[in-house]
Design a protein around this ligand. Structure first.
Ligand code: UD1
Length: 458
């Protein structure tokens, strides 16, 4: 297994291109299941999660082509004994690790065509690797009236149930049973519009139920829907495919079902979590970094927290410029909450920043109950953090020291990179596969700005 090795103490100076958002790309790819025409997606990031989902979609019957550097389509899926699949080499290529993959910024363009759904079975082997795969359930039900989908896995940051997904789909008329770790869902006569009120604004349940409702008969109202920008990206994609959705960007989505959707071309929005992560890295090390393509409107709460900490945030025509020179970091308390508040996916990174603040800062995590696993690893670098239920109190220290640490989940692992960049001496991070799920060529982007960071093949 690969590891990341880095020597801390260098300022970051330069430009970091921000990739397309993983959390938007995944539901957009899944939306291809809803039509027999091609869905073209631009600005897709090179990540293992994208490859994992592409493999699952291929098994369901989605043909996948990638646009090569000459602007021509190359087919990634192939057929053996009648079954469509995406081979290991092609998956590697999608993840950005193929033989031709010297890092070049700029997203990928994929064409996904589900002429015919060939299987409605989403197997444990792939769904357990990534929770978002579970979201194929809604569109499969909408288009085919049946699906059996493994219960999901994903980052171990809490119990993460799927009750809201299932309740929403049941309201639309799905009959749902659980058997041997699978959700077996079917409809008699197709899904029918209904009024659904989520008890909490779940991102995944909103994606799943929204994709089911666009092909249901009649009107569906989703109340207390999540409002994350990635949901807006999906809803706008569905509208471009012919869906009728009102209230996009609000917590009440009104969907009028249509008989059929058609193809479209849609761009993946920029990754606000990746942008926020590099903003915090630059705040931590000091220096001057421009995050090109980053849209400040998508993560205002995080940028405000950074400014309050004493990091200078400027909006430029290229993106966001982050600078800090010399001044100590001011402690800032944060509370993670649904969008537009401070995102849970930046909590670990902000905690890393606060480990060197001039005083105590409190991080309150209200979204996931087990999202403090980075605390013990940060402690190995010399951070002082005490845990009190859903709160962590970070007591800033003058210096961190490099150490071997272990990545525990996607966002936690990148907090170790941020802390390591400011620590004295060498840090090695094992279980880097967590990072590769969600951060495109992290070591290339950081070393281009002066960080001493490299990948040690394992
Ligand atoms: C998505 C994001 C993840 C982010 C999270 C919250 C993707 C691929 N993942 O995850 O990066 O951290 O949103 O912004 O986009 N819940 C239930 N029952 C359900 C569903 C959720 O109780 O049926 C709870 C969860 O346990 C959690 C909270 O709701 O406590 C929010 O989860 P949710 O918004 O669904 O997160 P994900 O969609 O899994």
């Amino acid at each position: 297994m690969d590891r990341i090795r880095l020597t801390g103490g260098y300022e970051l100076n330069g430009t970091i291109p921000i990739s397309g958002a993983k959390n938007a790309a995944l539901p957009l790819m899944i939306a291809s299941l809803l039509t027999d025409e091609p869905l073209v997606l631009t600005n897709l990031p090179r990540l293992t999660d994208i490859a994992t989902l592409a493999r699952l979609l291929a098994e369901l019957g989605v043909e996948i082509d990638v646009m090569n550097s000459s602007g021509e389509w190359e087919t990634l899926t192939s057929r053996t004994e009648g079954r469509l699949s995406l081979g290991a080499d092609q998956a590697k290529r999608l993840a950005g690790f193929g033989p031709d993959t010297k890092y070049r910024p700029g997203g990928r363009t994929l064409r996904l065509t589900a002429k015919k759904i060939e299987s409605t079975h989403a197997d444990y082997e792939l769904v357990s690797r990534m929770r978002a795969s579970f979201w194929v359930l809604g569109p499969l039900l909408g288009r085919c009236g049946e699906a059996d989908v493994s219960l999901p896995g994903g980052c171990a940051i809490g119990t993460r149930p799927v009750d809201l997904h299932l309740q929403g789909l049941e309201k639309l008329g799905a009959n749902i049973e659980l058997d041997k770790g699978y959700v077996i869902a079917s409809t008699k006569g197709g899904l029918k519009g209904a009024e659904i009120r989520f008890s909490m604004p779940s991102v995944g349940a909103t994606h799943n139920v929204l994709m089911a409702a666009v092909l249901a008969k009649g009107e569906t109202v989703i109340e207390n829907a999540a409002r994350e920008p990635e949901i807006t990206n999906l809803a706008e994609c569905l509208v471009a495919m012919g869906a009728k959705i009102d209230g996009i960007g609000t917590s009440t989505l009104r969907i009028t079902g249509v008989d059929k959707l058609h193809g479209a071309e849609v761009a993946v929005i920029c990754d606000r979590i990746e942008a926020g992560t590099y903003a915090m890295a630059a705040g931590m090390t000091g220096g001057d970094v421009t995050l090109t393509g980053a849209d400040p409107a998508l993560f205002e709460a995080a940028l405000q927290a950074l400014s309050a900490a004493g990091v200078t945030v400027d909006h430029t025509d290229k993106g966001i410029r982050i600078t800090r020179s010399g001044t100590p970091l001011t402690p800032v308390d944060i509370v993670t909450q649904p969008y537009p508040a401070f995102p849970t996916d930046l909590q670990a990174q902000f905690m890393a920043l606060m480990t060197m603040a001039d005083g105590n800062a409190q991080m309150t995590e209200t979204i996931f109950e087990n999202r403090f696993m980075h605390v013990q690893e940060l402690a190995r670098l010399g951070a002082l953090v005490s845990l009190h239920g859903d709160r962590a109190i970070v007591s800033g220290v003058k210096a961190l020291r490099g150490a071997p640490v272990m990545a525990t989940d996607l966002r936690a692992s990148v907090s170790l990179v941020i802390a390591g960049l400011a620590a004295e001496g060498e840090t090695t991070i094992s279980r880097v596969y967590h990072l590769d799920r969600g951060f495109e060529r992290l070591e290339d982007k950081l070393s281009a700005c002066g960080a001493d960071i490299s990948r040690l093949p394992g």
